[in-house]
Design a protein around this ligand. Structure first.
Ligand SMILES: [Zn+2]
Length: 76
């Protein structure tokens, strides 16, 4: 299973995890509400899991301009 991490604001590729036996607990997904999971986790065309998080740049921008964050920031 491949997990790709992308910034959900600018689409920047933050890296990926490629592991057969990694659990959702190890990835921290069990902290998420069902709504957050829908927002943050999706599948791409190849069946890989895509995790939408914030890159450092966008995180900084949101810290300076919290009004930009309309959907919340559940991973922080
Ligand atoms: Zn970004």
């Amino acid at each position: 299973m491949r997990y790709r991490y992308l910034c959900r604001y600018c689409g920047h590729n933050l890296g990926e995890i490629n592991q057969e036996h990694i659990t959702e607990t190890q990835l921290g997904f069990h902290f998420l509400t069902p709504q957050e999971r829908q927002t943050i986790i999706s599948k791409d065309d190849g069946g890989n899991t895509v995790v939408h998080v914030l890159c450092d740049y966008c995180k900084e921008a949101l810290d300076l301009h919290p009004e930009l964050s309309l959907i919340g920031n559940p991973l922080q």
